[in-house]
Ligand binder design. Structure first.
Ligand code: ADP
Ligand code: ASP
Ligand code: MG
Length: 409
């Protein structure tokens, strides 16, 4: 007997037919003698609509009430999935986050899961009942509903798998595995049989939304076996594995992108100690995360320019804060550009191979694409480009690194 957690994302439960199809996958796993717990997301598009409604009512809102609203999509799908399973002859019941309970901290909108007491679920699973657990939501110590950040059902599923001591966590979605890059943008993207936790962590944090970053981190830390596969096609997907289990070992294994960043440049900043702290301190205090930062060397030793990126959602607020601090910092002007994309090439092989960044710069230069900011870490190189070049750059890089389907690089 194998104990499984099966998670179905938004497109996999987008309508009643698809919920029935997903329930069929669960019923098959139960019939094969497995103990199964299910995690579901809201129907595709539902969470977006709920988020929009909270913004319409109040652009700046109480995050606790935001969580009450946006978590509601999953309430409908757990009930519908339980009904579909019952109709298929499977004993099932729904569980909202607070009923399990899935305890989290109180950082509303992006809470982290602390503890899940698995005893009651395990007892019922041993009797053949399938718990259908709402993804994305939890309960704070103050007994308020929390949510885990967009895409958070992946994290609910992995956390549940860890708590239940599951043998595997299957993430069913609308693609049949993890690809070298987003297959919806690059037709030649190649499906990976395996990818290492470390690479997947970078891919996710650099924008590949197929798995939420936190879910990869949790799986890595708790040794949860993780597979991403299609809910529509019955075939093995991609396994996320430890480094020693990955045989492919390419220098670059994936390319991720995010349009979710905006660029801010402060021109004519006095070049003296304390200025960077003066700019980034207030941003950090209001929980605005800064990603890329470049500061030019000043030609005259007097003034310099500082460029950095923030999440789109924080763009207006960050610009406002910088403007408000103009007198204190003493710069000449601030420029903003939300129309940028960050593209990152990722691979653990970079640790031992030189020339990865150079290949990226050449490939972009050949297409006449200007690089605005560059940043590197041990296993990734990121560049910031004008957003209009997203597709062109992704395809050119995919080819340059020999990742195109059909090639044996
Ligand atoms: P779900 O609703 O099932 O959670 P998501 O939309 O969150 O699904 O994630 C699946 C999507 O992730 C795919 O449709 C695909 O467009 C996108 N994606 C981005 N990068 C990759 C990648 N490297 N491999 C596979 N899918 C990717
Ligand atoms: N429904 C939530 C979202 O759209 C959680 C998820 O789908 O993983 O972000
Ligand atoms: Mg998702």
């Amino acid at each position: 007997m194998v104990r499984l957690v099966q998670k179905f994302g938004g497109t996999s439960v987008a309508d009643i037919d698809r919920i029935r199809t997903a329930a069929g996958r669960v019923a098959d796993a139960v019939a094969a003698g497995n103990e199964v717990a299910v995690v579901v997301s809201a129907m595709a598009g539902t969470t977006d609509r709920l988020v929009e409604w909270t913004r319409e009512i109040a652009p700046v809102h109480d995050a606790r009430e935001y969580d009450v609203v946006v978590s509601s999509g999953e309430q409908a799908t757990v009930g519908l999935m339980a009904l579909a399973l019952q109709a298929a002859g499977v004993d099932a019941r729904s569980w909202l986050g607070w009923q399990v309970p899935i305890l989290t901290d109180d950082v509303h909108g992006r809470a982290r899961i602390g503890e899940i007491d698995p005893d009651e679920l395990l007892r019922r699973m041993a009797q053949g009942q399938v718990p259908v657990v709402a993804g994305f939501q939890g309960l704070s110590a103050a007994r308020r509903i929390t949510t885990l950040g967009r895409g958070g059902s992946d994290t609910s599923a992995v956390a549940l798998a860890a708590a239940l001591g599951a043998d595997r966590c299957d993430i069913f979605t609308d693609v049949d595995g993890i690809y070298t890059t987003d297959p919806r943008i690059v037709a030649k993207a190649r499906k990976l049989e395996k990818v290492t936790f470390e690479e997947m962590l970078e891919m996710a944090s650099q924008g590949a939304r197929v798995l939420q970053t936190r879910s990869v981190e949790l799986a890595m830390n708790h040794g949860v076996e993780l597979q991403v596969l299609s809910s529509f096609v019955d075939a093995p997907g991609t396994f996320v594995v430890n480094e020693d289990e990955d045989v492919e070992q390419q220098v670059v294994s994936g390319i991720a992108y995010t349009r979710d960043e905006a660029k801010i440049t402060i021109v004519g900043v006095p070049d003296r100690p304390g200025i960077a702290a003066g700019i980034f301190g207030p941003l950090a205090e209001t929980s605005i995360n800064v990603d890329l930062i470049v500061q030019n060397v000043s030609a005259d030793g007097q003034q310099t320019d500082i460029t950095f990126t923030v999440a789109q959602a924080d763009y207006d607020r960050a610009l406002g804060m910088i403007e408000a601090a103009r007198d204190k910092i003493g710069f000449s002007r601030v420029e903003g550009d939300p129309e940028v994309v960050k593209i990152s090439v990722i691979g653990i092989g970079m640790r031992s191979h030189a020339g990865v960044a150079q290949k990226m710069f050449n490939a972009l230069a050949e297409k006449g694409i200007n690089i605005q900011v560059i940043s590197t870490s041990e296993i990734k190189v990121s560049v910031l480009l004008a957003e209009e070049y997203t597709e062109l750059a992704l395809r050119a890089l995919h080819t340059a690194y020999g990742l195109d389907d059909g090639e044996n690089a």
